[in-house]
Design a protein around this ligand. Sequence first.
Ligand SMILES: C[S@@+](CC[C@H](N)C(=O)[O-])C[C@H]1O[C@@H](n2cnc3c(N)ncnc32)[C@H](O)[C@@H]1O
Length: 271
Amino acid sequence: MTTSAEVHYERLLAAHYTWMTGGDLRSAAEDQAALLRELGVSPGSGPAPARAVDLGCGPGAQTLALAALGFFHITAVDTNQTLLDELALAAAGTRRTAAPGSPAPAIRPVRADLRGALPRLTSPGGVSAIVCMGDTLTHLPAKEDVPALFADAARALAPGGRLVVTYRDLTRPLEGTARFLPVRSDADRILTCFLEYRDADTVEVHDLLHVRTSEGWTLHTGSYPKLRIGADWLADRCRDAGLEVVHDAPGPRGMRVLVAAAPARDVSDGS
Ligand SMILES: C[S@@+](CC[C@H](N)C(=O)[O-])C[C@H]1O[C@@H](n2cnc3c(N)ncnc32)[C@H](O)[C@@H]1O
């Protein structure tokens, strides 16, 4: 049975998410910090202390990466409480290991839909970086949600602030057995994903999770829709929102990387 992404994470994926992405949140955060650094995301460009927002944060690989880069206030938004709890635990570890005398970053996990979250949680021009990474954008229910999100991001970003999106471009359909994608397996769990192309804008993702028990293997299944978002379409939506596309290219783990910048303040306007 197909459900919303929120219900799918609740019923199936959240409990296995960190395992699915390699099993080591710290090392995932280090990889994400290296990527963000390479993309020129830094706390230096906006108002101090630097604020960032992680939309669809999951267990927090990008939130922890932003903290490691020196962002001080990080608001981490997700609909899934299990993943937010995992992030809160990791954030507490960050506070414990902060160097004596140096202030630990303030990480604020918020359970909310990312649609409409920015105007409620930030003030206009108050944020130096907004990230929506790890294929979160494709989880939105409708393509029309994307321009609305980018308009919110353009309002929230400080001049020169960055929006970073990493996502899978699912516009080119796979065929036959190529639609079965092995995600991760070990001695006790096997996760396979099957893609069913529903229409030009949507693909149905079927997750098949085998878990070894004392009785043998148990199969858990669930399905949810993902958006099919093309690179040109996404870059055009950024420009429509008044953001400048500064990077748009394939990135790690089969994802595309888009970075857009809020226009720098016009020095002639006296503001
Ligand atoms: C593929 S995971 C990415 C998590 C994390 N950014 C990473 O890279 O590991 C997508 C996340 O977005 C969350 N999510 C999906 N739709 C959402 C929405 N409308 N509002 C807030 N969170 C959402 C899910 O609960 C999940 O944690």
